[in-house]
Design a protein around this ligand. Sequence first.
Ligand SMILES: Cc1ncc(COP(=O)(O)O)c(C=O)c1O
Length: 381
Amino acid sequence: MRSTTCTARLIDFVDLRPVHRTCLPRWRRKLQELVKRSQWILGPEVAAFEREFADAMGAPFCVATASGTDALTLALWLAGVSTPEQEVVTTPLSAPFTALAIVRAGARVRFADIDENTLLLEPATAEPYLTRNTVAVLPVHLYGQLCDLPGWKRLASNRQLALIQDACQAHGAFYCGRALTEFSHWVAYSFYPTKNLGALGDGGALCLAREGDLEMARALRDGGRREDHVAVVPGMNSRLDELQAAYLRVALEHLPRWNERRRHLARIYDEELASIPVELIRPVKRFPERASVYHLYVVRANQREALREYLANHGVRTAIHYPVPLHLQPAFTSAGLRPGDLPVAEKATQEILSLPFGLHLRESDVRHVAALIRRFYLGPR
Ligand SMILES: Cc1ncc(COP(=O)(O)O)c(C=O)c1O
């Protein structure tokens, strides 16, 4: 294993400028229309985006929110989850916002361990953690790969649990061509700028399978108000801005092509890293039928810190998603878990490494990063 320092070409972990260069000319023209119209909250852009995003995800309905966290919270409320006696089982390997949504909804978080190969919370890994207080399950389609949705649907139906999907990293993902709302009533998305579909700030959406949820979802995101401005429930203030909706409508048109590009870049990483023994480095396992949209390209790496430093010394920025499992983060000590309680997730956080990924990369950048990794593990050849 080498450790040399040199000045080389810089490869950022993420760089959104190419995405914005593609979208901004049209968005700027739209901005002029918006200023003329001067309707900034819950106007025609949000309504049109909700229709278009639902269509693109194959969902019957969609309600836009101010963030993915809010979309998850809304989903929990719609599922009737709002009291501390109600437990929601979720993954310890995610952004804290997944678990935070459960806390904010008013329920109790119960973390379950994950699958060793995919790093996903799957029905088989979650089942031992279900208790008689469990009312809902919240799996995350981590890094853009879908969980075992038929399995989740079966488990939820057998145990009469609400199934809420965190698709905040999985815009445009379909399971064997089937929309995510075919598997459960609630699917939450985030438009945080770095997502596969990102806004110019925060944003989110909840896709709904049932028309019956629509009116309450709209009320809940708007202070609990009905259209006649009477608050029927204590909701939240979580409205996607017209400005963001207008931008997202432009970006959404590019999503299929962007996801295809991500898949292409991921294939190159796969091929270029294949000659390194799997004991040293291996991509997180993926299933072709789940057609990942590759929000991130994540490997499990032996000697991760040394590899990270070697890449950094060669101008390559990497990241870790996520360095500390949620059950060991101070915000979630109320879950009552200690080191060693969820060993698969804990081991994973010591090994995972997110390689530079996104639309700013050329194919030659990906090959260059992979060549550096080969040199780190195998020496110059
Ligand atoms: C898996 C996952 N869940 C939830 C969220 C929360 O989304 P937001 O940042 O839009 O609230 C994110 C994004 O950070 C995420 O990656």
